[in-house]
Design a protein around this ligand. Sequence first.
Ligand code: ADP
Length: 374
Amino acid sequence: MILIVDDSPENIISLQKVLEKNGFEVDTAASGEEALKKILQKSYVLIILDVQMPDMDGFEVAEAIRGYSKAKETAIIFLSAATADVQLITRGYSSGALDYISKPVDINILLLKVQTFYRIYEQSRELKDIQAKLLDEIEFRKEAERKKDEFISIASHELNTPVTSVKGYLQLLERSIDKQDMEVTKSRLQKARNQVDKLQILISDLLDISKVESGKLQFNKKFFVFDEMLDRVLEIMQPNNPQIKLIKNGAVKAKIFADEMRMEQVIVNFISNAQKYAHESEEIHVNSEVRGDQLYFSVKDFGIGMPEEHQKNIFKKFYRVEETAERFQGFGIGLYICYEIIERHNGTIGVNSIPGKGSEFYFYLPLQPEQEKN
Ligand code: ADP
């Protein structure tokens, strides 16, 4: 928007008409004081400023707005008497672009100057936008790099832990075999196997994440009874932590159209997280029911919970709640993969959680998939 400042209403009206006819938005002020008030409230691309005005002249107005942050980028065209000294006009004014036109105003020249200032303004705005985008991109990449480094260090640590345990159990196995103690041998074999299972889950999570990244996470969807699959998962998951009872509420006997193994993976993830982050509680509730035309599934625990600010980030790659990350081992990718799986089944995933009280992780899946998208 352009601000015309002139004490003569005729001048203002004629300039305003020409500028508006050429597509510019125009505001006006009849004195220096009025101009200052307006500049404080609005941002102008250009101010056309009459030099000779009673009370406050054009130079004084220019001088005064030098310090206004709103007018930092504003260009000024002075309208001066033909005899005015150019030096005087540019005196002391260094911020923003500056130009002058002698009176009587040649309207064509004024238009040319206005158009040039507008072009410069547009270009500098575009440059600023590009600069801001580049800065965002740099920040984003720096953060991604930092997360990658952090991930590599966590991943090596996480992978190393079960390998070290397996090595230890193998050494112990040698001893118990030497002693021909079959009972102890069997129990150590079982422990070694548990560690290998852990390792396998970690590695398949890692493989999944690279598949998600390259868009190669495949789904093998077919119809299956949700409840039967859930019972199987509960049977496997209960012995992992016998102290915490898995309590099943509701049942969805309907057949759903989904990738059964991937659904199992989501449920296993919810339950093993509950077992991990609510390890001191006695129960975990596993709920499923039909809600409208959707299947609702949730795992509710009574563990550490998490503050609200983390809840929207928890499904992002490598995201872990800082305070819990120190106490519990993990990669921060399980929920990210769950999110991808549920999204690719056209469902929604989420969490409700209260710090110190517990969390409820849930998903909704359409019971009647309208169209197979994958
Ligand atoms: P991981 O458990 O390996 O760190 P996840 O992606 O499964 O990775 O979980 C991401 C983060 O979400 C965890 O680090 C933890 O901070 C938080 N979280 C997940 N499940 C729960 C839960 N049931 N209770 C509290 N916090 C949880």
